[in-house]
Design a protein around this ligand. Sequence first.
Ligand SMILES: [Fe+2]
Ligand SMILES: [Fe+2]
Length: 175
Amino acid sequence: MSVTEQLKQEHQLILNYISLMEQYINHADTSLLLSNAESFIAFIHDFADSFHHAKEEDVLFRYLEAPNVLAHCNPIPQMLFEHNKARELVNAMKSAVAEANTDGLLMTVRQYAGLLREHIFKEDNILYPMAERGLSDSVKAALLTEYAEIEQKLNSAEIWEKYQSLYLELAERLN
Ligand SMILES: [Fe+2]
Ligand SMILES: [Fe+2]
């Protein structure tokens, strides 16, 4: 029983968007990023933050912080710090868009991409394996039930469909 498989799939979509953001950053026409920034911000807000980070913060991290789960070190404060840093960067992106500040937007998107890539690497390779080792099957079953509740509340099928098709549209606009 895995409690991180779905989260890893969510990471893959986030990483796909990050690669796309980087293609927009490096595109000869720098106005493309500014004109599509609201779509990227919507994805980050609705999928990466409200959906994925909520499942981590409200469910997984809570279970991992129970006594005796994390044996040697506790990476969760650092993960939370990075989630908050990502939120600050999204606010900075919104301000840059409002001011039509292309250079500021390029810089912020680049920082966000770097932060999230490293964050996801740490979760996939350090935190998630700790969770798989440290949680018992009965705890994992309870955790999966809580994920399912969040997924139902936030309409997971709809959110996936919406942002997978937005990804294809944004990729198409680069051509
Ligand atoms: Fe995270
Ligand atoms: Fe994550």
